[in-house]
Design a protein around this ligand. Sequence first.
Ligand code: AGP
Length: 610
Amino acid sequence: MCGIIGYIGKKNALPILLDGLRQLEYRGYDSAGICLAKDASLKIVKRSGKIKDLINAIKNRKDLGQANLGIGHSRWATHGAPTNINAHPHTDCSNGIAVVHNGIIENFVEIKERLIREGHKFTSETDSEVIAHLIEEYYTGDLEKAVLKAIKYLKGSFAIGIVSSNEPDKLIAARKESPLVVGVGKDENFIASDIPAILRYTKKVIYVDDGEIVVLKKDSIKVLDSNGKVIKKRVDTIKWNISSAQKSGFTHFMLKEIHEQPRVLSQIISSRIKGSSAIELDGINLSGAAIKRISNIIILACGTAYHAGLVGKYLIERFTKIPVAVDVSSEFRYRKPIIRKNTVVIAISQSGETADTLAAVKEAKSRGATVISICNVVGSSLARVSDGILYTYAGPEIGVASTKAYTAQLAMLYLLSFYIAEKKGLLRKRVKRFLIKEFKSLPEILQEILKKKEGIKKLAGKHLNFGSFLYLGRNLNFPTALEGALKLKEISYIPAEGYPAGEMKHGPIALIDEYRAVVCIAPDSAIYEKMVSNIQEICARMGKVIIVATEGDKEIRRFTGEIIYVPKTDELFSPIVSVVPLQLLAYYIAVKKCCDVDQPRNLAKSVTVE
Ligand code: AGP
């Protein structure tokens, strides 16, 4: 929920820290701060508000000058309100050690009480401040030793950056469950929560694993395991560039990412389908024999990823005949779940850092499940704890509202369903060829929908002032209804709920009147007539309908509804096709309501705390 950055090297640290924090702001943005180590002292500036508020505060500080070592932090408050005092970095009693922290220290109260008894003075309400005092408690002239000892007492999750005025030639970092990468430069090195923060300076990164500590000097990198033993780590090269993490001319990251969906799908097709129709899922790490033994599948995820999982259930059961349960991670983890022999868990997470999904996966593994994850962030915590990993390679998704990651997750679930069915001998060649042909037409279809965005923008303008929205869909598009509602509510703050259309008579129909907008997902399908009946019932009660329908459907015009036509495709693929108009509808309504589309209030891109 926060972003950390650190620099040590030949350049002036301050601009690099601020640039990094701008790239990390999507991770949490209610306060921010920096610390520079120079002239045997630590200079700290921290403010509640956004990065721009911190920059304004720094402009007034003439004493900062040049420094070659520093750390920075962009915060999403968990413990303690977003105030100047609670902003990071936090220091020890002597102001000689400064720490930035992403994560949650679950046992911070007992540590704080112990340290207060030992004479430490605290200034903030945060959990993170205990880290600085704990390092101070064990500091006897060797910072890395003190850090090694201190982190053994920490329960919970952390990615921390530490500097000390006593050792101004060192930048130390450590991680447990929160993401942390090292950027490897020439006469300079970096730490960051996420790659976009350092990509402008280096494409060479080291992914830090749980329990590891890194000791960076400007010309050296040392990685220690939890016993303090030096270990060797691979240096990876990032393949995408900084512009991928920029808006590339779009007003918002969200709009850019909606428009990236055709390219993302094309990339998945080209990297996962070889020749005419051979599906390659490298990383799945499941043999044909193991696939044949699968007794049941449990899909775990949160939010949008959970909606993808609901579509996955329809697909996997239809093609593989394996029973699938889909669970919200935060429920699963506390339910004492039943994991049968040969249970496979599919965890879905864009960030790979969602605390509930990580915890649910660990719970499932502890009960004997094999875990395959669908994830967008290479080297993320989820990737590391999974038995098999299917990366979506959708590139960084900066907008808090997930869009391209969702359709990429769906694409992976289609391919996974076909792959498992084929390994089980349940997918006839002719059927597979048809499915792959339809699948390969999706990028073009999405491109066609994006060309209609002006019409959707107009439609958004007409529905701006509805007090609430109801989204209805059936079968494969019930999850689409949930996802459309989530998009709208999280960026426009308009109450919206998704419902299976067949449930109308079991309650929601009582809500229908002329003040409520009802979005009906009614593409050509076997249950089209059922959706038409629902639309009739809504119109009969003066409800205002917006209908997603298939091009050429003239019948649907008889309803006084606004219609968004999507190109014809096999109904199997309508979840990918029908969601794009709903993403655009939510986006344009939020923009017209002047909402902070990329950084909606109270939310963060990666929910790394419970
Ligand atoms: C989706 O638009 C939301 N930002 C949120 O529901 C998100 O999908 C959820 O927090 C899961 O995130 P993950 O995919 O990174 O695990």
